[in-house]
Design a binder for this molecule. Structure first.
Ligand SMILES: Cc1cc2nc3c(=O)[nH]c(=O)nc-3n(C[C@H](O)[C@H](O)[C@H](O)COP(=O)(O)OP(=O)(O)OC[C@H]3O[C@@H](n4cnc5c(N)ncnc54)[C@H](O)[C@@H]3O)c2cc1C
Ligand code: SF4
Length: 472
């Protein structure tokens, strides 16, 4: 009875508190069905792919041709020796397999889950032409999960060099750099402004792809290498670059990107920030309010994640709004296929112009139709409003996922930039002596991804180490 009373109240407010996951929204009839406790989904944002079974592992690893000069290894940004780790799996040597992965990529458990493998290793697998490519990501996850379950330690820090290095930002780039430097015997301190380390792996990538626990297990592994974590410390607010320069031999900036930019439309204060929406779905899902009729502005991977959160947590209708066409979407093709299967609606060539609300409650998003014109500076056709084409999209919740702002620390520290990103040399050195940078904050070209950030951290650590051992 108490559940029914609660639901009636929620229906009236048309927002669903996911706390009460004891209902199902019927898409056709737009009605709530109260489910018996036992059939309520355990975790609608739980990991999408189950672990491989022992049988699947045996079959899949035996299928690998162990190619010489393997194209899958070339396609991996961290160049993991893929045939070698698969061979070790096939012979039952899971610790050896995990060691092979970790030698190239310290965040092998995250990457096994979040890497766009269709575009990278699996996309390059020779078997893909006629058969199914090897499930490289899921085999990697099998080896990594084994060692995290067993708590196997692979790397001990080398004897102390006496050199101190500061790393700013504990996302994938910072963790990778910190771990690689600690392995080489340097004293590394990682300053992180949030309470938890892990960056977007902890707070930003939806649980469906990467549960928080996986990101935090990797943080713990880096800590075990001797890295000191100072969380809740923001460079630029709690400590300055001058402090760091005075106390450390080198500094690595891995601060990622900033908040979601403003849309700049009337009623913007009613729009929810997509990164906060996703963060709450991971860190505090019981208090995340989900609309019944949700509009997500944007068509990149973050927008897809926001739409997935809304749909899986109970919205009856989710519409993604994008000012260009399907052809210009920045989301990966496999993510677009995924979201179509989730039953999301799309409104392409559509630009929001105003949020309409009554007594603080969102009622609709006024939009205008767009047409595509000449190519703009982004290399894509520029969207132009079609005069008189304004229309209303009914919505009780609007989420914006239109990318992230450029790193503000760049201008604060007066670093040279390229398109707003921190400019670095091929050794990841910035325009200031002793200051290096990597990860999303330098990604002026190409798609930002976890594995690219890990590789930047690894290569920057090598460059810093070489400079320090050379006496620089
Ligand atoms: C919603 C979303 C989904 C994504 N999904 C995928 C995916 O499925 N696959 C994939 O490969 N990639 C994905 N990405 C991209 C991927 O998460 C990033 O490319 C990657 O996290 C970049 O790592 P980073 O270390 O450069 O930055 P971040 O992960 O952003 O970490 C930067 C860290 O620096 C800290 N920081 C910032 N400023 C300061 C300061 N002044 N002082 C101290 N600390 C500071 C931040 O708090 C943060 O912890 C996704 C991104 C988003 C937003
Ligand atoms: S390309 Fe495919 S078959 Fe060849 S080594 Fe890589 S995973 Fe195995």
């Amino acid at each position: 009875m108490s559940v029914e009373v609660g639901l009636v109240g929620l229906i009236e407010s048309s927002l669903i508190n996911h706390d009460s996951v004891l209902f199902r929204m019927d898409e056709q009839e737009d009605v709530l069905t109260v489910l018996p406790q036992s059939t309520a989904p355990a975790n609608p944002l739980g990991e999408l792919l189950p672990p491989l079974t022992q049988n699947e592992v045996a079959v899949e690893s035996a299928r690998c041709l162990m190619c010489f000069d393997a194209p899958c290894t070339h396609a991996c940004p961290t160049h993991i020796d893929i045939p070698k780790f698969i061979k070790k799996i096939s012979t039952g040597n899971l610790p050896g397999s995990a060691r092979t992965i970790l030698e190239s990529n310290l965040l092998g458990a995250s990457c096994a889950r979040v890497c766009p493998v269709q575009e990278l290793c699996e996309g390059a697998c020779v078997l893909g032409a006629e058969h199914k490519p090897i499930a490289i990501g899921r085999l990697q996850r099998h080896a990594m999960d084994f060692v995290y379950r067993k708590g196997v330690d692979f790397f001990a820090a080398a004897s102390r060099t006496g050199r101190k290095i500061a790393i700013i930002g504990a996302g994938p780039a910072g963790l990778s750099c910190a771990g690689e430097l600690a392995k080489r015997g340097h004293r590394v301190t990682l300053f992180e402004k949030r309470d938890l380390a892990g960056g977007l792996s902890t707070y930003g990538i939806i649980g469906l792809r990467e549960p928080v626990e996986v990101a935090l297990a990797e943080v713990a592994m880096i800590e075990k290498l001797g890295v000191k974590f100072e969380t809740g410390k923001e460079v630029g607010a709690d400590l300055s670059l001058a402090d760091l320069n005075a106390n450390f031999s080198a500094v690595f900036l891995s601060v990622g990107l900033g908040a979601t930019p403003a849309l700049g439309i009337p009623g913007e204060e009613h729009i929810i920030d997509g990164l906060e929406y996703i963060e709450q779905s991971k860190m505090d899902p019981d208090h995340l309010l989900i609309g019944r009729n949700v509009v997500v502005v944007g068509a990149g991977n973050t927008a897809i994640d926001c739409a997935t959160v809304a749909k899986r947590l109970g919205a009856s209708r989710v519409t993604m709004v994008y000012r260009r066409s399907e052809n210009e979407m920045t989301a990966y093709p496999h993510e677009y296929d995924f979201i179509k299967r989730e039953g999301i609606n799309f409104s392409f060539l559509t630009q929001p112009v105003r949020v309409h609300s009554e007594n603080g409650t969102v009622k609709s998003l006024e939009c205008v139709r767009m047409s595509l014109g000449a190519t703009d500076t982004s290399g894509r056709p520029s969207p132009q409003p079609v005069a008189g084409s304004e229309f209303f999209l009914a919505a009780d919740q609007i989420v914006k996922a239109i990318g992230q702002q450029k790193p503000s620390l760049a201008s604060q520290l007066k670093l040279k930039t390229e398109k707003g990103f921190i400019q670095v040399s091929e050794n990841f050195a910035t325009s200031l002596p002793g200051i290096y940078a990597g990860g999303d904050c330098i990604r002026a070209r190409g798609a930002a991804s976890t594995v690219m950030a890990v590789e930047d951290g690894k290569l920057a650590a090598r460059a810093i180490h070489e400079r320090l051992v050379a006496g620089g």
